[in-house]
Structures are given as structure tokens and as C-alpha cells.
Design a protein around this ligand. Structure first.
Ligand code: SF4
Length: 339
């Protein structure tokens, strides 16, 4: 065993403190960070938080985007979901597996994480932590400096590479000990603790479940989930209606070649996207277009009018516009379709 370790660095306070505690003991640390489309760390993104932290800690950082693999995990997690669509145990097994590979690649001996026993309901329970460690084949090789004394000594501690006495025994959801420790280390600049990724959010999870149930869980569809109001129109069709100017712009950027875009013909209003995924539709395109236009019309300031002119066109073909005079949908029909 040598004095070289991999740190799983989210950029949050726990992971920064874990690195500092071990760095103080003369261990050479290389950080790894995982990005997915579901990250919520900071408004500038997770990569930003991890990059800032690595700079502050003066350690090299490797960033891996694992969104594609992650989508597969969400489809059928071996250990199930947490309170929403978050497959935390499978997610941790996967990321630890990637960290293990990196550890072997660069000849490091163990892995450091900012895990705190009992801080997160699903993945940081003792039984879950031990299960993850066992499944990924890292027994004795994961050091959790913030909670180390609450676990059996790791190989690094047993072999005297790391002094167990200088490690901590923090547990639970209170952040007080970490904030105190940050003060001692003179660490003032760290992002707020993220409560988990977007998959833990009930509204977002409902939309992910809908994609999964309709065999539509692909990256292009997940990207759309971050914007607008979402409606399921049929087994194969979804509508997304922008909520403000910023979202209207994002939706136009995210439109795929076969999507239909909708907008009021002569007045200000939202941009909407109709995405039809099946090659064997159960409902005719005309019916879907009329339904989409009526829901789009409902989300304008003019919903009380008898009929509104809505333009629609195929994405990337703004010249090919057609116009439909449509009665705005009734509130109860809108609610029925809402996700
Ligand atoms: S909250 Fe999301 S990112 Fe965090 S462990 Fe669970 S599934 Fe993975």
C-alpha cells in the first residue's frame, strides 16, 4: 500500500473537508468527479464546484460525464429507488466502480469520500454503505475521514498510512460539526449542501417515470424535462409549454428535427414543443396537433377568447409555417394531461 489516494470530490463541504483531513497526513490525492444531467450542485453546475474545490485544495481533478450510463441505471436499478426516482445505491456502486478503475489506473491504494454516516437517508445508512463497498469489491479500501471512527479501520489505517486518531466520528444530518471544522481549516467558500440530484425531486421524478413508462428515457427527452410545463397527450406524444422568455428560447434550441413548434400567430405568448416518438401512432397527427395547439392557447393571456390563431412548424423549418384557428383547451382537460 502506498500514500496515494483517489478522492471522490463533489465540491461540497464534506468532500473538501475529507480531502483536507487526509492531505494533512501527507497523502497524495487525485480527485475524481462525476457529472450527470441530474446534478443540482450550483447554478453554475457541479463541474464548476468540483473544479473550484480542486483548485482550492491544489489537487488534480478528473471529471467524467456519466449521463448515458446513468440513464441505463435508472431504467432498472438492482437495489431499487429511494423516495422518488433516485437509484442511490446503484448510483454509488457505479461511481465507486469508476473510482476503483481510476485508482488502479494511476496506482493509488485507497479511496476517500466525504460520506457522513446517516447524513443521507438511502445511500449513507451503515447497511447501505457496507453493501456498496462489498458489491464494488472495495472492502477496507474506502476511507471516510469524517466518520472513520464509526467504522472498522480501513487497510490504510491498519497499515499506518493514515493515522486513525486524526480522523473524526461525525454522524447524522446536522451540519454544525462540518461548519466548525471548515472554520478551523479557514475554508469559507463552499457551495450549499445539495440535497441530492434532480431525481430526488418529486415533480421531476414524476416526469422521469412517465418517460420510462413510455419507453422514451433517452437523453434528448431528459434534456427537455428541465424546462417548461409538461403534458402527456397520448401514448407516443408529449407537449412542453415554455413558462417565460428564457424557457421559450431553451425549448427552441432543444427542438429535434421531427418536433413541431407552436406559437401564437400575431401576439406574444409561449413557445411549445410537440414531440411524437412512435412510428406507429395510436392517435392521428391532426388530433395531436389540435390538442397541442389548444393547450398552448390555454397558456396565453388570451385563453378566454373564443379562438386563437396558432402557428406551428417543423423544427428547423420556420418558413414552413401553418396556422390553426383553435379554441383554447378547458382547464380540466389541461389538468388531465399535465405531468
Ligand atoms: S441523490 Fe442522485 S446523485 Fe446522489 S446518490 Fe442518489 S441517485 Fe446518485
Amino acid at each position: 500500500m502506498n500514500k496515494k489516494a483517489i478522492a471522490m470530490l463533489s465540491g461540497g463541504l464534506d468532500s473538501i473537508l475529507a480531502v483536507r483531513l487526509v492531505q494533512e497526513q501527507g497523502i497524495e490525492i487525485h480527485a475524481i468527479n462525476f457529472l450527470t444531467i441530474f446534478c443540482t450542485c450550483t447554478h453554475k453546475g457541479c463541474q464548476h464546484a468540483a473544479t473550484q474545490a480542486a483548485k482550492q485544495l491544489n489537487i488534480p481533478l478528473k471529471v467524467l460525464n456519466i449521463t448515458e450510463e446513468y440513464l441505463e441505471i435508472i431504467k432498472k436499478p438492482k437495489h431499487g429507488y429511494g423516495s422518488n426516482m433516485n437509484p442511490c445505491i446503484d448510483c454509488r456502486i457505479f461511481t465507486f466502480g469508476m473510482a476503483k478503475k481510476y485508482m488502479e489506473e494511476i496506482g493509488a491504494s485507497f479511496i476517500i469520500t466525504g460520506e457522513v454516516l446517516g447524513e443521507r437517508p438511502m445511500s449513507q445508512r451503515r447497511d447501505a454503505i457496507l453493501l456498496i463497498e462489498k458489491e464494488v469489491g472495495l472492502k477496507g479500501r474506502i476511507l471516510r475521514p469524517l466518520s472513520a471512527k464509526l467504522f472498522d479501520p480501513t487497510l490504510a489505517e491498519k497499515e499506518g498510512i493514515v493515522d486513525r486518531e486524526k480522523l473524526l466520528e461525525i454522524s447524522g444530518r446536522s451540519r454544525k460539526p462540518q461548519i466548525e471544522l471548515a472554520k478551523n481549516f479557514n475554508i469559507n467558500d463552499y457551495p450549499c449542501p445539495a440535497g441530492g440530484c434532480l431525481l430526488t425531486d418529486p415533480g421531476f421524478a414524476k416526469r422521469i417515470r412517465d418517460l420510462l413508462d413510455h419507453n422514451e428515457l433517452i437523453l434528448d427527452n431528459v434534456r427537455l424535462l428541465k424546462f417548461g410545463r409538461h403534458f402527456r397527450l397520448s401514448e407516443e406524444a408529449k407537449l412542453v409549454v415554455g413558462r417565460d422568455e428564457g424557457e421559450n428560447g431553451e425549448l427552441e434550441k432543444l427542438a429535434m428535427p421531427n418536433d413541431l413548434l407552436f406559437k401564437l400567430a400575431d401576439r406574444q405568448g409561449p413557445v411549445s414543443i410537440l414531440r411524437i416518438s412512435s412510428i406507429r401512432p395510436s392517435v392521428s397527427n391532426e388530433t395531436l396537433i389540435a390538442l397541442a395547439a389548444s393547450i398552448a392557447a390555454y397558456h396565453t393571456k388570451f385563453r378566454s377568447e373564443e379562438a386563437l390563431n396558432i402557428n406551428y412548424w417543423k423544427a428547423g423549418e420556420p418558413g414552413g409555417e401553418a396556422t390553426l384557428a383553435i379554441k383554447p383547451a378547458k382547464a380540466e382537460d389541461v389538468e388531465k394531461a399535465r405531468l
